[in-house]
Write a protein that binds this ligand. Structure first.
Ligand code: 1BN
Ligand code: ZN
Length: 336
């Protein structure tokens, strides 16, 4: 078949898939036409994600495309500040859900009311699932919310960068059936409502704590083979130190993969402790790791913007996590 005919077939199949709807997303309402917050135009050089998934599934596993991830980052920043409970965060969720549905990934929303120092705040985690050959799941997680601030805080690194990488990983991982089920977890309410982070589990990480409580209630905690949390992964010239509380075999798997790919400089062996969304999983006995670079001078300032993040950093993290997943699957011990 000529290339042109293949392309036509791909487009037709993609349209048919869209007409049928995505699998397992009954909980997700169709995207609203306009919630009063507009999205920036997508980079026109980037083809629609569903077409790309179909092409790649014919040609073998897809590669992580840093340019696509960069577009996801730009689109989030274009929404402006996205704190928990805001219309802009709801628009960001719609963007995420549309991307997952376009990639034919079943999606659901997990809504809850968080008790915060500012009163009750409605929050929603978004969960996408790529069925694997095994029921046990590896979770790739990010927080989507940005910090409430008395200045314009758009979280290009803190919020948008990791969400962009997880969105692009979703497209790539959907292109071939993984061994473990892969869950894409887009968390709400990671940031403290008060300015200070405070004690972990009091005024922060609302979404991850709710997710873990819900999984415990549902009896599915033991199906989680590993939780890989990405946070602040967009700094130019990143240095991801080994997070000191994270599960050692999981840290080893990712850092060894980084060295193998030639990214040892970005994943040095020094360690530092960080409190983040992975803590709720660790406390529940789930193997968990936080890939985060906290040595970021614009952290929680107005300078966490497009001028202080790098497309190359997204590519490095995407490549490393993608290559580490089979290694994580190989090393994951059976859960009791
Ligand atoms: C990550 C992004 N965090 C907040 N925004 C968690 C964190 C807490 C990072 C304390 C560094 C120190
Ligand atoms: Zn933050």
């Amino acid at each position: 078949m000529r290339a042109g005919s293949v392309l036509l077939l791909v487009v037709a199949l993609s349209a048919a898939c869209r007409a049928l709807g995505s699998d397992g997303d009954a909980a997700t309402p169709p995207p609203a036409a306009d919630g009063g917050v507009s999205l920036a135009r997508a980079d026109e050089a980037v083809p629609p994600p569903d077409a790309a998934v179909t092409v790649q599934s014919q040609a073998g596993p897809a590669a992580f495309d840093g340019a696509r991830a960069w577009t996801h980052l730009q689109q989030q920043v274009a929404l402006g500040p996205r704190p928990a409970g805001s219309a802009a965060l709801e628009a960001c969720r719609r963007y995420i859900i549309e991307h997952l549905q376009g990639a034919r990934i079943g999606t659901r929303q997990q809504a809850f009311i968080a008790q915060t120092p500012a009163g009750e705040v409605p929050m929603i985690n978004v969960i996408g699932t790529i069925p694997g050959r095994r029921r046990e799941r590896i979770i790739l997680a990010t927080h989507v919310d940005t910090k409430r601030a008395p200045f314009r805080f758009v979280g290009a690194n803190d919020g948008a960068s990791s969400t962009a990488v997880v969105l692009e990983l979703a497209r790539v991982l959907r292109s071939s059936q993984p061994e473990y089920t892969i869950e894409l977890l887009f968390l709400d309410g990671e940031e403290a409502v008060n300015w200070d982070w405070g004690v972990t589990g009091v005024d922060n990480t609302y979404g991850s704590r709710y997710y873990v409580d819900d999984a415990r209630r549902a009896g599915t905690l033991r199906d989680i083979a590993a939780l890989v949390l990405l946070d602040m992964v967009g700094e130019p010239g990143p240095r991801f130190l080994r997070e000191a509380n994270s599960t050692p075999w999981l840290v080893d798997a990712i850092w060894a993969t980084a060295r193998r790919l030639g990214h040892g400089a970005a994943f040095p062996n020094d360690a530092t402790p960080v409190e983040d969304d992975h803590v709720a999983f660790l406390r529940a006995g789930v193997p968990a790791v936080d890939v985060i670079d906290i040595d970021y001078p614009p952290w929680h300032t107005a300078d966490d913007d497009l001028d202080h993040v790098s497309r190359e950093s997204l590519q490095i993290v995407g490549d490393v996590i993608l290559a580490a997943i089979p290694e994580i699957a190989r090393l994951a011990p059976p859960r009791p």
